[in-house]
Design a protein around this ligand. Structure first.
Ligand SMILES: NC(=O)C1=CN([C@@H]2O[C@H](COP(=O)(O)OP(=O)(O)OC[C@H]3O[C@@H](n4cnc5c(N)ncnc54)[C@H](O)[C@@H]3O)[C@@H](O)[C@H]2O)C=CC1
Ligand SMILES: O=C(CO)COP(=O)(O)O
Length: 341
């Protein structure tokens, strides 16, 4: 069996742990970071303390701050940088890729929408990387906190692509005894479920920060899923995707886990901290904050009712009080639960 050469771009918590799985599965991985000192820490100490504490990376994993070195001969290029920088990283990557037979499969594992354009990540990648420089674009998504994957807890995710053969190749690269991958062809549904669940997780954290209990959490998740599905379907997603791993699966994990940065950010907002302080102190990406604006604007554009998303938008962008937003949600006129009733 030939070894697959893989470039992983972004050495934060998710990129570094995905790189670790790929090495454990026999891949030849180059992990790219902008910061030479982080590459040195990974190569020499086999740690990445700022992002994943107390974890020893496989010694075969090599990191580099030289993008052309990371991409040299790569058959698979995995983007794991935060949504706001995907476009600029793809712009740097594109001139360094081979064409035709030498073109790699492009994979991404980021969960957000570009704030200004509302683009999904695969749309950004398709715009920035010419068709002759890629075999296909695959999205990896599902309930998967890096901290738990690091300790080899059982994790199931989805590899979605319009090109099923590419999704199957990526599935094969990642599958092992603790990491199981399903394929899906609904790229829109998988990407939108991943992006919008982060917004709802901010709300779940805020409820926890204010001391609300499990009833409120379950209500928010259920009605949040209804909003995600409504907007997702208006934007071309298949409804069944939202009851899959990248939909309700990821919504559950992000709304209930202390590992979630979005949930923790919401909790801190609920406890009265300012958004600026929360973002500053997290030191890692909180995708839901920017994606909330895109979701809010898309809902208005598509004329889709998304009261929970709108309430979170009012808190994040219009300095609304969380408690008054909750009161307004509870006082909305009575509705049928299902839109077809
Ligand atoms: N952490 C997790 O458990 C999971 C994260 N994700 C998604 O993966 C994406 C990345 O998340 P994390 O790794 O957790 O974020 P992180 O905040 O831990 O790390 C982000 C990394 O991107 C790098 N970066 C930032 N700006 C950059 C730029 N302009 N050029 C190059 N590198 C840059 C940072 O230096 C850092 O190494 C997000 O979209 C997130 O939603 C998806 C599943 C699980
Ligand atoms: O997407 C995730 C788990 O599936 C990670 O969520 P956070 O970005 O909120 O930590």
């Amino acid at each position: 069996m030939t070894t697959t050469k893989i470039a992983v771009l972004g050495a934060g918590s998710w990129g570094s742990i995905l790189a670790s799985i790929l090495v454990q599965n026999g891949g030849q991985v180059q992990l790219w970071t902008r910061r030479p000192e982080q590459a040195a820490e990974i190569n020499e100490q086999h740690t990445n303390q700022r992002y994943v504490q107390n974890y020893h990376y496989p010694e075969e994993l090599t990191a580099t701050s030289d993008l052309s070195q990371a991409l040299a001969g790569a058959q698979v290029v995995l983007f794991t940088v935060p949504t706001p920088v995907v476009r600029s990283v793809a712009q740097q990557v594109s001139p360094l890729l081979g064409t035709g037979e030498a073109a790699p499969i492009i994979v991404h594992a980021s969960k957000g929408l570009e704030q200004e354009t509302h683009c999904r990540i695969s749309e950004i990648l398709a715009a920035m990387i010419a068709p002759e420089k890629r075999q296909g674009i695959v999205v990896l998504s599902g309930p998967s906190h890096a901290e738990e994957v690091a300790r080899q807890d059982l994790t199931l995710i989805t590899a979605a692509s319009a090109d099923l053969a590419c999704a199957r190749q990526v599935q094969k690269l990642f599958m092992n005894d603790y990491f199981r991958v399903y394929t899906n062809t609904d790229v829109i549904g998988v990407e939108l479920g991943a992006a919008f669940k982060n917004v709802i997780a901010l709300g779940a954290g805020a409820l926890a920060g204010l001391g609300y209990g499990d009833n409120a959490k379950a209500a928010l998740m259920t009605r949040g899923l209804a909003e995600i599905s409504r907007l997702g379907m208006a934007l071309g997603a298949k409804p069944e995707t939202f009851i899959g791993l990248s939909g309700v699966g990821d919504l559950i994990v992000t709304c209930t886990s202390v590992h979630s940065r979005n949930w923790r950010a919401g909790q801190q907002l609920g406890q009265g901290q300012s958004l600026e302080a929360v973002v500053q102190n997290m030191g890692m990406v909180i995708e839901g904050v920017k994606t909330c604006q895109s979701a809010y604007e898309l809902a208005q554009q598509e004329k889709i009712e998304m009261p929970i998303t709108a309430a979170i938008y009012h808190v994040l962008y219009e300095q609304a009080e969380i408690k008054s937003e909750i009161a307004a949600l509870m006082r909305r006129e009575g509705k049928a639960e299902l839109s077809w009733d």
